[in-house]
Every structure is written in C-alpha cells, then in structure tokens.
Design a protein around this ligand. Sequence first.
Ligand code: OSB
Ligand code: MG
Length: 374
Amino acid sequence: MSLQIETITLREIRLPLVEPFRISSGVTTTRRTLLLEIIDADGASTWSECVAGDFPNYSPESIDTATLAIREWLAPRVLGRRFETPQEVSAALSEDLRGHEMAQAAIEMGAWALAATKAGRSLSSLLGGTRKRIRTGISIGIQNSPEELADKAEKALAEGYRKIKLKIKPGQDLPYLRAVRDRLGPDAPLMADANNAYTLDDTDHLLRLDDFDLVMVEQPLAWDDVARHAELQRRMRTPVCLDESITNISRAEDMIRLRAGRIINIKPGRVAGFTASKAIHDLCAANDIPVWCGGMLESGIGRAYNVALASLPNFTIPGDVSPSNRYWARDIVSPEWTMDANGWVDIPNGPGLGVEVDRERVEALTVERETLRE
Ligand code: OSB
Ligand code: MG
C-alpha cells in the first residue's frame, strides 16, 4: 500500500512536567514539544512527535532548528510524492543531508505510523515487534540531596519500575549512588547516566562507580565520543552504555569494533527514525549487545512510537518508557499510558499508534501552528 503525504501540520505545544527534570547539562520544567499531523492523499492521517529539546544541550538540534529543517528541507522531499514503503521515505529524507536526525525522524516515524494505519495494523506489528507487553524503568533527575534521591528511587521501586536510572554529574555522584544503593538494597536494578559530564581525566573517579554494582553507566564522556569510551570501558567493570554518541548505524559499529560499550540505548529520534533503529537493533542482536529504548520526555504521541519499538526482540532491558503520569498531570492521548504494579506496559494492538490524540486539548496547548503542502 503506497503512501502519499499531502499535508504536514507542525504545532508547538507546551506541556508542564509534574516535576522539573534536571540532567548534568540543564533542567526542563515545561516541555516545548513539536507535534506533526500528517495527512495522506487518500484521507488517512496520523500524528508524530519531534523529540528535539528547547536548547541544544543534548544534541546539536533544538525544536527551532528542527522546525526550520522540516519546513525548508525535509517536508519538500516527501510532500506530494508517492512512496511504496516507509524505508523509501527514510532514504529520501537522508540522501545528501547531514545531521538533523530528530527532524528527519519526526517525518520518517510518521510515515511508519501512516503505513500501519493504512494497513489496519499496529505499529508494533508493522515494525516486527514480538512482545505483547514490555517492562519499563524510570529516569530520575538530579536531586538536591542524596536523601531526596533515595526517597524518589525507593518510591519508584515500590511502584514497580524495573530499572532505576539516576542522573549524575561531578559533585553529585558517589554519595548519591551510595544513598540509593544502601536504601534499596543489593538487588535493586540501578544505573547512572552522566550525559557527558566527565572526561578521561576523571577515570580514577569513574572507576569508583564499580563499587555500586550498577547495571550500566550511560554516556559518561563527550556526546560525540566513541574512542575514549573504549579506553574507559577497558578499565571499568560496569558496562558502559552509549546514548548521545550513537547517531547512526556506523557509530554503533564503531562501539562494537572498539569495544567502547556493551549496551546501546536506542532513541529513534536520535538516529533519524525507525529504519535506522531497526538496523541498529539487528546489528546489536547479531553481536550479543542488548539494547533498550531511551526517552526524551515524550508526550503520549512520541511514547506510542517508543513503546512499539521496544516490542522488538532484542529490547531485553527495561526502557525509559514510563507511564504518562510520571511526566504529565494529563497526557494528550487517550487512553493515557499506564504501567501495572510489576512494571509492565501493554503494547496496543489496534491499528496505527493505538491511542487517540485529544485534539481539543492539543488545540488548547498550541502556541504555534503551520501547515506545509507541496
Ligand atoms: O539522556 O536519556 C537521556 C531526557 C532528556 C534528555 C536526555 C535524556 C533524558 C532522559 C529522560 O533520561 C528519559 C524519559 O523520557 O523518561
Ligand atoms: Mg542518556
């Protein structure tokens, strides 16, 4: 079944988080979220989300650069053109175009959801997902004291989360991890994410993370680095997981060849969409590298994509795919995303995204809107 996108409507909405989310490079209080509504020539439609942030402190993209890239360079490559598969859309978006992965992903993933909708299939089934439900973790931002962090982590474990990720940075690391490990006990699945806050000069300090029996440490070194992570991983018992530096399949190959890490966090937005996410998933499966699905504080729309991706077989580690109420007082989809007491999130089996977008609420939250056509 072919795809022919007639219009793409871009909207910026603002969603206040239930609590501020602090990582080593900045804090988010209200999420500026870029949504796309994509309408096919035959009337079918779907929504997608661009995960770029307010400011380029995670990757070089921001919501403003992504809006520009979509309007000026990416939408013109697809609008009014006929494609047989989402993979063809992926190729058309990426040809001779450097970077702007999150902007590409918003259209590319939308093409997958549109294809699923038109075929009457769930996004998970179109992607090749094999799971009916997935286990989820939580990512907890940097807190003001080790005790506050331990309180939050203890509550998360009791709620059923199966992996507890603790954001760290120099000066807010070892005593924080110690407090959580002591409070939650030796079996709690803990990990740390530094979002690039250290350098190899901190190696001796980072080796002390081995004392905490972490499931992994995520992206301790520079956002675009692979080689130095290899040097660190050689000396560290804790598995290194790469996030920021895996921007495409070549970087995943680099990680494997250089032994720069033992786990990959796949965020489809970071790698230009599902076509690359699936390729990285398959490469990792062939090399015994487990993967998990990261998050970018998505609304219920972006979450539908992450949940579908995490239903692929090599997503064996719980992802940062927490339920709606961990982020928002009220989500923009119904039903909202929920998790049971054992950390399970159900994969929807209805056609397309499997959730309805609350259009009235989206309308009320919209601060900018623009429709693109051929
Ligand atoms: O490094 O994984 C990260 C959020 C924004 C930017 C970077 C990261 C994160 C998270 C949030 O950890 C995970 C989530 O969406 O729950
Ligand atoms: Mg990360």
